[in-house]
Each structure stands twice: as C-alpha cells, then as structure tokens.
Design a protein around this ligand. Sequence first.
Ligand code: PMM
Length: 274
Amino acid sequence: MGVLNVTPDSFSDGGRYTDIDAAVQHGMCLFREGAHVIDVGGESTRPGAERVDAPTEIARVVPVIRSLFAEGVPVSVDTSRAAVAEAALEAGAVVINDVSGGLADPRMASVAAAAGCPWILMHWRGHSREMQKLALYSDVVAEVRDELRERADDAIAAGVDPSRIILDPGLGFAKLPEHNWALSAHLGELTGLGFPVLFAASRKTYLGRLLAGPDGTPRPVGGREAATLATSLLAVASGAWGVRVHDVSATADALAVWRATGSPKFLGTRTEDK
Ligand code: PMM
C-alpha cells in the first residue's frame, strides 16, 4: 500500500501533494513502482493534529481518487468518517482504511457493510489531540489483540463480511515506542486472530527516536527509510498481509529479496511490474 496524503500537515509528506495533479502523478508513480493500492488521506492523524471538517476532507480526496480511478489505479480512502468514505467509494475507491477501527463514526460499519469492500480496522483509542494520553497498557500485545477482536466482532455484527476485514496494530496511535516494538515483536498474536494484518510503520517517529543522534534528537523523517524497510521485512516475515509505506520502490525491492528466499507466506509486491 502506497501512502498519498493530500494534506498540508502530515508528518512525512504533508504539503507535498496538495496540488491535485501532483498528487495524481505521485499516486500513479507509486502504483507503477509496485503498490497494489494507493492510500489517499485528506486529514492528518499525526499526534496533536487538529481535525478538519468533512467537506474539507472530501474536497481534498475526491478529485484525486476520481483521477486515479480513471487511470485504473486501485485506491483506498484513509478516513474515519462515513460521509467521506461514501464520497470516496462513489469516486472509485475500493477499500476503506479507517484508523479508528469503526469507533469514530458509528455509521461507518453500515457504509462498509453496504459497499462490501475491504475495511481496514486499525487499533485506535482516541483522536490525534488526545491519543498519546491514552497510551496506557499493562500488556500492550494482549490489549491491542483483544480490542482489535472487539472491533472485528462489532463489524461482523453490523453485517460486514468477515472476509472483508483487515486488522492493523496502529503503530504510533496511542502507543509509546516500547509499545510499537512489542507489537512488532509479537505480530503473530494479531495474525492469530485469523484476519489479514496490515503493518504501517513507515517513517514513524519511533523509528526516528531509535536512530536519534548523540544529543537525543530524533532522526529526521528523511533519514528513516532503511529502518522502515527493516520493519516491513520483519513484519512480512512474521505473517503480515501487507505494508503501508511511503517508498514503494525500495519496499518492492526488499520484498523481492524476501520472496527470493522462497518463503511460502509471501503476499507482497507485484514483481511482474518491475
Ligand atoms: N498511519 C497513518 C495514517 N493512516 N492507516 C493505517 N491503516 N495504519 C496506520 O498506521 C496509519 C494509517 C499516519 O501516517 P502517515 O502520516 O504517514 O500517513
């Protein structure tokens, strides 16, 4: 999954793709590099981000989704609002990527059920402004696993086909670095729930903290790619179904190396495009 944030303020690519043509070109580029789906988001979810309203989010994502659809590029919409998901599906999106796992908007489950499309349910405890206060766990792996199971149960109870559900540990969302590392190390607890698992560590702050300089300053976003590749490889080798990344080309190469080892679990890159 290639990341395409059409926001002025996302932590990694914020402000780079607010121009529709630039966004569409970048989405097409990520697709050509081997992404199976381009994840278009119109609201930053970085810690502390202010929310935008639904019309603003729709105005940002719909023209980009419509153009990518016209180019034959599969798109997921990164939103926790049912109204935005509906507009995106209407414009051609084929996947709902909901960082709130259905919690932020009670109508999202019925939209996903009616559309019959894949619905990514990410582990979430609250909106960006408050989420880091909610990073309280006694056993992060068990709690995230159990909360994700509840999200999946709720979705199924609302009429979502279980085969359409994808789970995501929500790295960095109400998580301290040690929580992210524990979830990475025990991904099998999440894949054991029986749903595909998406892993989305790309360029996140905890990687910057791991690679901090001698004065403790986190490594800037631009210097986190090698660490991102390492997390993606480890995740796929641990049974992740997919990875959500900014640098699709490098990820495709890394996963090609992994596939060359003959691992039976490989579900990654479309190497025929390379
Ligand atoms: N992280 C971000 C945005 N969307 N979606 C899913 N499913 N999982 C994530 O971890 C996730 C997401 C924030 O990262 P970005 O600013 O690089 O998009």
